[in-house]
Design a protein around this ligand. Structure first.
Ligand code: SAH
Length: 242
């Protein structure tokens, strides 16, 4: 239990901050717990391991300084290069759908800030994450290293092709939206494996859960979502929009 003097110190620091200043660490921790209660549990996220991971990973470490104060708001946030870090509820929902198990090896397409990878890193054995925008990949890798995640491997490349050298995977999570499910991802999934993927047109897609059973794919639609499109060619990538 913190002593009273520590509580007072926290309260003073928090109340002297002006609107745009990011709150101190303890205030972020309190906001994180509120996010878990109101945005996740109240909306039906039940997996205790997923809730614990969402309550542990500091989302503020993955958000650019100018948006840090909004780290636990109920929405996506810009991470530069025209990309976004997803709303906490969507991260938790997709992670729960993936049914992550401690020994799983998971492929992620669209590293972005690295936040979703960090959540998974708390829950499975190894994450292989592919990002097409080089500076985002480098930045995510640095953040993950700084926070001590050693089980996330980041590659710069076109995630449409998956990561053949590290395949097969127990689960695949895609956080950018193709118009059709890329066949290489299905090929790189183990039997019994799960894929969570938004599919559809620009900024209006359905989130699918795909399961491979005896070589056959079973699909179900779970939620309407809005993800950035999956870029098909490296030449289409936005390198600098600052
Ligand atoms: N999971 C991320 C959010 C991802 S936003 C997080 O937790 O922050 C979607 C990301 O997909 C963007 O960073 C975008 O650059 C990336 N992306 C788009 N097309 C891609 C492709 N073909 N291969 C790999 N990454 C891609």
């Amino acid at each position: 239990m913190p002593r009273l003097s520590q509580w007072l110190l926290v309260a003073t620091v928090a109340s002297t901050g002006c609107g745009q200043t990011a709150p101190p660490v303890s205030e972020f921790a309190a906001q994180r717990q509120r996010m878990v209660e109101r945005q996740l549990k109240d909306r039906g996220i039940k997996d205790e391991r997923v809730l614990a991971a969402m309550g542990k990973v500091p989302r503020e470490a993955f958000v650019p300084p100018e948006s840090r104060a909004a780290s636990y708001e109920d929405g996506p946030l810009p991470i530069g290069y025209g990309q976004t870090i997803s709303q906490p509820y969507i991260v938790a929902f997709m992670t729960e759908q993936l049914r992550p198990k401690p020994n799983d090896r998971v492929l992620e397409i669209g590293t972005g800030s690295g936040y979703q990878a960090a959540i998974l890193a708390e829950l499975v054995s190894e994450i292989y994450s592919v990002e097409i925008v080089e500076p985002l990949a480098k930045n995510a890798e640095a953040t993950l290293q700084r926070l001590g995640y050693k089980n996330v491997h980041v590659k710069i490349g076109n995630g449409y092709k998956g990561w053949p050298d590290a395949a097969p995977f127990d689960a695949i999570i895609v956080t950018c939206a193709p118009e059709k499910v890329p066949q290489p991802l299905i090929d790189q999934l183990k039997d019994g494996g799960r894929v969570v993927i938004p599919v559809g047109e620009r900024f209006a897609q359905q989130l699918y859960l795909l399961e491979k059973k005896n070589g056959q794919m079973k699909e179900s639609v779970t939620l309407p979502v809005r993800f950035v499109p999956m870029v098909r060619e490296a030449t289409e990538r936005v390198i600098d929009d600052h």
